[in-house]
Ligand binder design. Structure first.
Ligand SMILES: Cc1cc2nc3c(=O)[nH]c(=O)nc-3n(C[C@H](O)[C@H](O)[C@H](O)COP(=O)(O)O)c2cc1C
Length: 264
């Protein structure tokens, strides 16, 4: 039985340890909804303090001036230079073949290997990638459903059933007061926690967080190559987002959203 049902992992899980991690994880959930727009925020800091505390490098010896210069050339950085994040997306159409090319760095090199374009602790691959169209114009989108689940090993998309209407998805990830314009595509990176937890328990949670970072960085670089603008996003409601995709929020943890499109 190689293509096991996803809840098969639950047989191998320590429920107490799992609950502890879920409790901790849930503390980072953020509710954005029209009804709460004046009372919820990710932080409550004044702009002056925020400006002072943002964008810094950490000097271990701030009073000492003992540093060595790092010699490098811009050319040596080459293609591995990502673009800065997009401040505001314009309403633009991305054709589906570009969406497919965007995914290629994640795909296994051949159907014979389980290995993928990114490393994974214990080869457990707990991160699931969902590609969601936010476009008004869907001329090249291949099906009425707007959310696709990537299967990186067999190079396929699973079609998320009932995802023709994206109103729920939009209100989960694009709610006021944040205004990012009109991204064309949202990629949702969600950890299927049991898939790493059954083996590594608490440490599996850590490994899943790191895996997301390596995946989104590949997408950042590929987006640059395809001349798309991008921005990672954490201002969304986890449970609303799970509901929009049809995922159980105690098993699938949406760790990050990646917007892509054209810039204004
Ligand atoms: C995991 C993650 C989540 C982010 N979430 C948000 C967000 O919710 N809203 C936002 O405006 N920017 C978000 N960003 C973008 C950062 O603000 C941005 O990367 C940072 O300001 C550095 O700018 P740069 O990406 O242009 O280099 C996020 C970035 C990361 C890596």
């Amino acid at each position: 039985m190689k293509n096991i049902p996803h809840d098969y992992y639950l047989r191998f899980i320590d429920p107490v340890a799992y609950d502890e991690v879920l409790d901790f994880h849930t503390k980072g959930n953020f509710l954005i909804h029209e009804a709460f727009k004046d009372s919820t925020a990710l932080y409550f800091l004044n702009p002056k303090d925020l400006a002072c505390l943002t964008g810094n490098e950490l000097h271990l010896y701030p009073d000492m001036q003992r540093c060595l210069p790092l010699n490098y050339t811009k050319k040596a950085q080459g293609d591995l230079n990502r673009n800065e994040s997009c401040e505001r997306f314009s309403e633009s159409v991305i054709s589906f073949d570009v969406v497919e090319r965007l995914m290629t760095p994640l795909i296994s090199k051949s159907k014979k290997t389980y290995k993928r374009g990114y490393p994974s602790g214990g080869a457990l691959y707990p991160i699931e990638v969902f590609v969601c169209s936010l476009m008004q114009d869907h001329q090249t989108w291949p099906c009425p459903e707007k959310i696709l689940h990537l299967l990186p090993q067999t190079a396929q998309f699973e079609i998320i059933q009932g995802s023709e209407n994206t109103d729920g998805l939009r209100s989960a990830i694009l709610a006021a007061p944040a205004d990012i314009g009109s991204p064309s595509v949202a990629i949702v990176y969600a950890a299927y926690l049991p898939k790493t937890f059954f083996k590594y328990r608490y440490r599996g949670y850590r490994l899943a967080l790191m895996e997301v970072g390596s995946i989104y960085m590949l997408i950042e670089l590929q987006a640059k190559k395809l001349k798309l603008r991008s921005r990672l996003w954490s201002a969304y409601s986890d449970t609303m987002l799970c509901k929009a995709i049809g995922l159980n929020p105690t098993l699938f943890l949406p760790l990050c959203v990646h917007f892509l499109g054209g810039s204004e």
